[in-house]
Structures are given as structure tokens and as C-alpha cells.
Design a protein around this ligand. Structure first.
Ligand code: IVH
Length: 679
């Protein structure tokens, strides 16, 4: 490579690493897996090392750790949170032990502990007089984020310690993690919702811990294991790490249940191979074994290297499964937001017990940074044992026939020009009528976390679009069993069931609808925050950026995406159509309990001109009233539309007040126009 090419490559690597850092730390949406990130990071480090003139202080290699997220309060750890040195082979482990023995010959006869290294997020819990006062994430080791409220939602985190023999001020160090089963479940939900899957359980745990809404953290069902005590006031009775673990359990913590005490390194070696063969059957993601010198006096004597890693502990890491295969092609999938997602078509290869034939390539910059070309032999890993990732090409196997992938300038689904907004990593199709986007949008709308329409899977949606029965999500509510049975693979029963499932979705909470609309940056948790704050679609649609971004957990980027979305007349028209179909455009608890119809019981009969019965019900409920099916002695008012049924006679007989639609509207003081649905 020429000097210019190297400078260009360094620039690209820095950009991609910085974007990955931002996605990981600020947006809680990790973009690259650890293995992918490490590889790019190492390439950058190597290039900078061999071209020191190109090293600049703002390079991501020069930054220590990560800055805590702005949205969360910072917390300075009383003692820095240490990390661990790694040993990738038995020899490296032996070299570690020998170095320790050179530093202190007593280590030669020391015993060791092993614990399985859980792949989660490190936390520090401060206990004062046995009570939990603060819980924090690691951050850069010195300053982390205060996530006390979130940590308190974890059942394994004791709020008050059992027993009495604790230092009056101490920090407990441990790992918060998501069990694999929960992780798989979470990713299935994300996939259904059209969100990118979480790369691995560690990212999932870290992201869950940093949620701004503790209810979201609780929903992730996190667990915690404790492995270390830093006494700050008062001392610890335990003289060995093994005793520390016992002590932690007595106080009420959980510790890694496979931990062992070993008389010597030979036993440690045996244990490591045992654990390696257990790895795939553990209920949590593990990436190695932590080996610790057991006696605490020796730990103290060995101390800490560079203020970062204790000499008395090391992580024996296992290499991830790697496979080598051909990159046959790069394809683009158009997401519901219009984002163009590149993915790799691979020659099928066995990797960790499954056959892998595709892998994500994230975005344009990542494809360039990895320098993978069509026809390349590539290394593939499975991150967190789940999502296949292309690590990079085997450059020396190239024969010149490889083709550089050109990112398309037009949308592969609709052939309209694409755009890359400044400061974004993704390229977007901006055509709102793009069939690719519409399809993905409906898939998202019907998904479990959104409108939860059972039986409306991707294939059915494709059928409905192809048959011209559906152009946007509001058309779903017009479908009849008679139309559906005309289509292939629809029997009478399944047609009726689908129509019923669509009908049932009308009662989904506002947050689900809001999420289902697929507004850029409005994920499930943001949708919950918005729905809770505004209560109605109308309220949200009328809000300006400042109001929206003032909600804790909703930043200016989200606020802008929301106001942009509502600013689009097509979107407003869609909402009107959805309202006209009878969807709830408000949160049930947004009812004005002191509204005009407070405490009144209404019955509806006949059809109305300006709203559906369902909408009338919503309006009445929002104004504090109640709508029941039949006329009884408790009914206050009957609203009679056209062609009223027997309810009208029943009401007359009982002398119950009877009003028409116009009167109802007057009472609701609504300013509805005929085509303005429920707004
Ligand atoms: S001891 C002084 N023990 O691994 C405490 N760490 O890669 C130093 N980890 O930051 C860490 N299991 O988050 C220790 N049994 C264990 C662990 C463990 C997982 C994590 C921890 C640490 C990271 C380093």
C-alpha cells in the first residue's frame, strides 16, 4: 500500500471504530461483535505502530475505556474497577504463574481458584452498613454510570445484607448477565419487531442495565453473580478468595456455581479443559475461566499492573469457533425505515454445530473497513454463539478475480435514488412507497411487540400485497374472510381467524401502535415513554421537538424523527384512516377521569355518520364515561344512530335519556370533521 492508501485506510478504520463506539456506548445498539471490533481495532493499532507519523491523539486507540452515557448520572467508583489480563493458551497461563512466582516465591506453593467467566456487564454495588446505596456500571473503570434503580430490579441483588460480619463500607464487584434462554427470546422479539438483533448476551446485558426506564430493565430478567469485595471501611474476615465466595453467599449474593479450589496448576489445567467441554451446555454465555491466586495476602502482595489488571488473577479465554468459506455475494435488504442492510451470501459452512450460509455486514463503511470482496475466502465466527459474523478476508488466497462490492446508488427494491443523511452510517431509500419498505413495515406492524396479529406472517403479507388487497397497514382492517379465501392456502377457518386477529389488534395499547408505525428511532422502550407521556396520538402529533426531547430517555434525535413523521401529511392521513377503522389512538389510562361524561353509563345503538361505534366508545371513555352493551336500570343515556335496534325501545320503556349523534358530539365538545376519524 502506498503512503496515501495507508492514510486513507487509517481514516476509514478510525471512522468505523468511532461509529461502533458510539453505537455501543451512546445508542446502546452495538453494531459490531467483539470479534469484529477487535480485528479492526488491532489492524488500526498495527498500522499506527508501523506509521507513527500518522498517529494522532484523537485516534480511538488513544482513548482509554469509554465515556459514560450522558443520559445517565455518572458515578465515580470508590476504588477503580479492574479488568483482567487474558491467557489464550496453556503456555500463556504458565508464563503468568511463573512471573508471579518470580515476584513472590511463596506463590509457588499457593492454591488457586477457578470460576467460569461469564460474559456479561461488570457492576459495582456499594453497601454501607449492609445496605445497598449505589449500583454502577463499569464505565471506564474510574467513572461509571449510576444504574442503582435498574440494578434494584434484579432479584440477585440484595438490598440489605444478611448477617452482620460485613465491612461497614464496601464495594461488591460482580457480573450482570442475561441467561441464554432469555437472550434468544429477546432477539426473537427484536427480530419480529424488525430491530437489529443484539450481537451477544454481554451487549444485551449492558444495554439492559443502561435502560432509562427501570421497567424495561426488569423485563429483561437479568441475573447477577458476585465475585469480588473491595472493603473501604472495616475489614474482611476471609483470608482467601474461596472464603470470600462463601462469605458472599452468606450475605445473600449468588456466586458462580461451578467455582473450584485447586491445590496446584496441574489441577487448574484439568479443570480448564473440563470447563471448555461444558461451555456449550451452560445456561449462560461464558468466554473462559478466571483463575485467581487464592490467599488474599499474596493477592495484596502481587498487586495491580498499570492500575488496571490485578497480577493475581487472569482470564483463560477460549477462542470462538471460526470457519473459512467463500463470500459468494453481497445482497441488500431494505428495512422498514428504508435502511439498506448489506448481508453476505456465504457458501454454506458448518460452524459450531450449525450450517451458516449468510451473515450480516452492517453497513457501507463496515464492508469497506473489512475489505471483503465478492469471491473472497473469509473467516466467519459466531458471536455469542448466535449471529454469524464475517471477520475478514484471507488476503493471500486472492487470485485477482475478486470484485469490490459497490454500494448501490438506487434502492434495489424500487430503483429510486438512495440517500445517506449526514452523521448517519446507514444509507436510506427515501421513497415512502417503496414496496420493500412497505412490506417490511407491515411485517413490523403485525409483529408481536407491535400489533401482535397472529397468523399474519411475512409470507401472508407478501400474498396480500401481491393480490393488491393491502397497500398500507390501514387496509388490513378492511379485509374480509370472503376476500381471503380467494387466495392460495387460505381455508375458510384460517381466513376468519386472521380477520378476527386483525380485529383484536384494534385494542392494543397506544405504545404498541406507536411502535408498530415504524417511526425511525422509536423502538419499543421509546414508544412506551411517548405513550405514557402523551396518552394520545393526537397529543404526541401536536407536540413540538422541545416538548418531546424534554422527556427523560428521549433525546433530540428521536424528537426530530417523531416530529418529522407527524409532519408528513401522508402519515397524518394514515392515522386518520386507522382511527376511522376503529383503532385506539389513546392509552386506556389517558381517560380524563374528570371529563364531561364522568361517571355516566352510555349505550350505543344504530350506525353513526361521523364516527364508528368503536370510536364513539373511545371518545366517551376518554371523557370519563363508560359504554356498556345493553340497556339496564343503570344506563344513563342511549345514543341512537341510524336504524337503531331494539335498544331504543328498551330505553324508551325505562324512560332513559335518548340522544342523537349531534348531541353526543356537543357533549364531547369534539371538533371532528367527517373525514377526520378520531382526532
Ligand atoms: S475478577 C478485581 N472474576 O471479566 C476484580 N472478573 O475481562 C477483577 N468477570 O471486568 C475481576 N467473571 O467483569 C473476575 N469470576 C470473575 C469474573 C470476572 C467475569 C469479568 C469482570 C471483569 C472482566 C475482565
Amino acid at each position: 500500500m502506498s503512503h496515501g492508501e495507508i492514510a486513507e485506510r487509517i481514516r476509514l478504520l478510525r471512522k468505523v471504530i468511532q461509529e461502533a463506539n458510539q453505537a455501543y456506548y451512546e445508542l446502546d445498539e452495538p453494531e459490531l461483535s467483539d470479534a469484529e471490533y477487535d480485528r479492526l481495532f488491532r489492524e488500526l493499532q498495527d498500522l499506527e505502530a508501523s506509521h507513527p507519523n500518522l498517529l494522532t491523539p484523537d485516534s480511538p486507540t488513544q482513548r482509554v475505556g469509554s465515556a459514560p452515557a450522558e443520559a445517565l448520572h455518572k458515578h465515580t467508583h470508590l476504588r477503580p474497577m479492574l479488568s483482567l489480563a487474558n491467557a489464550f493458551s496453556h503456555d500463556e497461563l504458565m508464563a503468568w504463574a511463573e512471573r508471579n512466582i518470580r515476584l513472590n516465591p511463596d506463590v509457588a506453593t499457593a492454591d488457586y481458584t477457578t470460576e467460569i467467566k461469564i460474559d456479561g456487564a461488570a457492576v459495582s454495588l456499594t453497601y454501607e452498613e449492609g445496605k445497598l446505596v449505589t449500583g454502577a456500571s463499569r464505565g471506564n473503570g474510574v467513572v461509571g454510570e449510576n444504574v442503582t434503580t435498574n440494578l434494584k430490579t434484579i432479584e440477585d441483588v440484595p438490598l440489605v445484607l444478611r448477617g452482620e460480619s460485613y465491612p461497614t463500607l464496601m464495594e461488591i464487584r460482580g457480573e450482570v448477565y442475561i441467561p441464554l434462554e432469555t437472550f434468544v427470546h429477546l432477539n426473537r422479539e427484536r427480530e419480529e419487531a424488525g430491530d437489529p438483533p443484539l450481537a451477544n448476551p454481554r451487549n444485551a446485558a449492558a444495554g439492559s442495565l443502561r435502560q432509562l426506564d427501570p421497567a424495561m430493565t426488569r423485563a429483561r430478567r437479568l441475573r447477577m453473580l458476585a465475585f469480588h469485595v473491595e472493603p473501604l471501611r472495616g475489614s474482611l474476615a476471609a483470608t482467601t478468595h474461596h472464603e470470600v465466595l462463601t462469605q458472599l453467599v452468606q450475605w445473600g449474593f449468588r456466586v458462580e456455581s461451578h467455582h473450584r479450589l485447586h491445590a496446584n496448576l496441574e489441577e487448574v489445567r484439568k479443570r480448564i479443559s473440563e470447563v471448555e467441554s461444558m461451555l456449550s451446555s451452560l445456561p449462560f454465555a461464558a468466554d473462559g475461566v478466571v483463575i485467581k491466586v487464592n490467599p488474599r495476602n499474596l493477592q495484596e502482595d502481587l498487586g495491580v499492573v498499570g492500575g488496571r489488571e490485578p497480577r493475581w488473577a487472569i482470564a483463560r479465554k477460549f477462542a470462538p469457533d471460526v470457519a473459512i468459506t467463500r463470500l459468494l455475494d453481497v445482497k441488500i435488504n431494505v428495512g422498514r425505515t428504508g435502511a439498506l442492510n448489506p448481508w453476505a451470501v456465504l457458501e454454506p459452512v458448518e460452524l459450531g454445530g450449525v450450517t451458516v450460509s449468510s451473515a450480516t455486514l452492517h453497513n457501507q463503511d463496515v464492508v469497506s473497513a473489512k475489505d471483503v470482496r465478492i469471491g473472497d475466502w473469509v473467516e466467519v465466527v459466531r458471536a455469542g454463539e448466535v449471529i454469524p459474523q464475517v471477520l475478514g478476508p484471507l488476503r493471500d488466497r486472492r487470485d485477482g478475480s475478486e470484485r469490490i462490492f459497490e454500494f448501490p446508488r438506487v434502492c434495489p427494491a424500487c430503483s429510486m435514488p438512495v440517500e445517506r443523511p449526514p452523521d448517519e452510517v446507514m444509507v436510506y431509500c427515501v421513497n415512502p412507497r417503496c414496496p420493500g419498505r412497505i412490506y417490511e413495515g407491515i411485517v413490523h406492524f403485525a409483529s408481536r411487540s407491535a400489533m401482535d396479529i397472529r397468523g399474519l406472517g411475512a409470507e401472508r403479507i407478501r400474498q396480500l400485497l401481491d393480490a393488491g388487497l393491502v397497500k398500507d397497514v390501514s387496509d388490513l382492517y378492511r379485509l374480509t374472510p370472503a376476500q381471503l379465501v380467494q387466495l392460495e392456502r387460505f381455508a375458510e377457518l384460517s381466513a376468519e381467524q386472521l380477520v378476527a386477529a386483525i380485529e383484536a389488534s384494534k385494542n392494543r395499547p397506544l405504545s404498541c401502535l406507536l411502535f408498530g408505525l415504524g417511526i425511525r428511532h422509536v423502538g419499543k422502550s421509546v414508544a412506551v415513554l411517548l405513550a405514557r407521556h402523551f396518552g394520545t396520538m393526537e397529543g404526541l402529533g401536536a407536540a413540538n421537538r422541545e416538548t418531546i426531547s424534554a422527556i427523560p430517555g428521549v433525546g433530540p434525535v428521536i424528537a426530530e424523527a417523531v416530529t418529522d413523521w407527524f409532519g408528513d401529511p401522508d402519515h397524518r392521513a394514515l392515522l386518520t384512516r386507522l382511527g376511522a377503522q376503529g383503532l385506539l389512538l389513546s392509552e386506556p389510562d389517558a381517560v380524563e377521569r374528570d371529563g364531561a361524561l364522568k361517571g355516566k353509563t352510555y349505550v350505543l345503538t344504530g350506525s353513526m355518520e361521523t364516527m364508528t361505534r368503536d370510536q364513539a366508545r373511545q371518545h366517551i371513555e376518554r371523557a370519563g364515561g363508560r359504554v356498556v352493551g345493553g340497556v339496564t336500570g343503570k344506563t344513563d343515556t342511549l345514543v341512537a344512530g341510524h336504524d337503531p335496534g331494539s335498544k331504543l325501545d328498551a330505553a324508551r320503556k325505562r324512560g332513559i335519556e335518548i340522544i342523537d349523534e349531534a348531541e353526543l358530539r356537543r357533549r364531547l365538545a369534539l371538533t371532528l370533521t367527517t373525514d377526520d376519524g378520531a382526532r
